[in-house]
Design a binder for this molecule. Structure first.
Ligand SMILES: Cc1ncc(COP(=O)(O)OP(=O)(O)O)c(N)n1
Ligand SMILES: Cc1nc(C(=O)O)sc1CCOP(=O)(O)O
Ligand SMILES: [Mg+2]
Length: 212
């Protein structure tokens, strides 16, 4: 199993980010630009893709991430993660339970769990997750339907009680990176802050500098 030795996870969302930018380009190109700038973990989160499209993207990004020495995670789809020889799977609130994934994947996959409260974080650790995403920390359009963001203070509570790497997600922009790290996050996960930027390399470098 791979080590969790990254601080910045880039999450893909083709539907949201190519529609939002004037400089729309294939997702593989955008990801490659971020990898060149130093990203060491990529999560493919493509809810609208067919299984075949998702598998093809996963295979392609597997080659590219390997070339850059970066980890690859697949949102929700354990089958696609195994098929593409990804490093991990990111389980959502509606995914197959963590223990079932462990039985299926053994130590082939890191298991990340998306969590939104102290209780969910505690439960993820109890059930055997290797790390968690915690959010939405700040406002983000894609999660507006779930109500108010949980705010950065929750990170401190979770770190106090849950012995797992915690990645802050949801509305993480360069100006609030320091805040989430000061509240104890081990790292951050970002979609629009990178993929909606018209200069992916520059903004990625900026995030990485802030995390140093
Ligand atoms: C508060 C809140 N936000 C999001 C969800 C559902 O998504 P999630 O489980 O975080 O999975 P991703 O698709 O974001 O990876 C939720 N249930 N509650
Ligand atoms: C995928 C995701 N999960 C969240 C959660 O809270 O579980 S917030 C989120 C969206 C992150 O996108 P952006 O960086 O553009 O805000
Ligand atoms: Mg989520």
């Amino acid at each position: 199993m791979a080590n969790i030795d990254f601080q910045l996870m880039l999450i893909t969302d083709t539907a949201a980010t190519t529609a939002a930018t004037a400089t729309a380009r294939p997702i593989t190109e955008a990801v490659e630009e971020a990898l060149k700038a130093g990203v060491k973990a990529v999560q493919i989160r493509e809810k609208a893709m067919s299984t075949q499209e998702l598998t093809a993207l996963a295979m392609e990004l597997r080659q590219i991430t390997k070339h850059f020495g970066a980890l690859l995670f697949i949102n929700d789809r354990v089958d696609v993660a195994l098929c593409a020889e990804a490093d991990g799977v990111q389980l959502t609130g509606t995914s197959i339970p963590i223990d079932a994934v462990r039985r299926l994947a053994g130590d082939k996959l890191l298991i990340g769990k998306s969590t939104h409260s102290l209780d969910e974080a505690f439960d993820a650790r109890k059930k055997g997750a290797d790390y968690i995403l915690l959010g939405p920390i700040y406002e983000t359009p894609s999660k507006a339907k779930y109500g108010e963001p949980i705010g950065p203070e929750v990170i401190l509570k979770v770190k106090h009680r849950v012995k797992l790497p915690v990645f802050a997600v949801g509305g993480i922009k360069p100006h609030n990176v320091k805040e989430v790290m000061e509240f104890g996050a081990d790292g951050i996960a970002v979609i629009s802050g990178i993929l909606s930027s018209d200069n992916i390399a520059d903004v990625t470098e900026k995030y990485l500098e802030l995390l140093r």
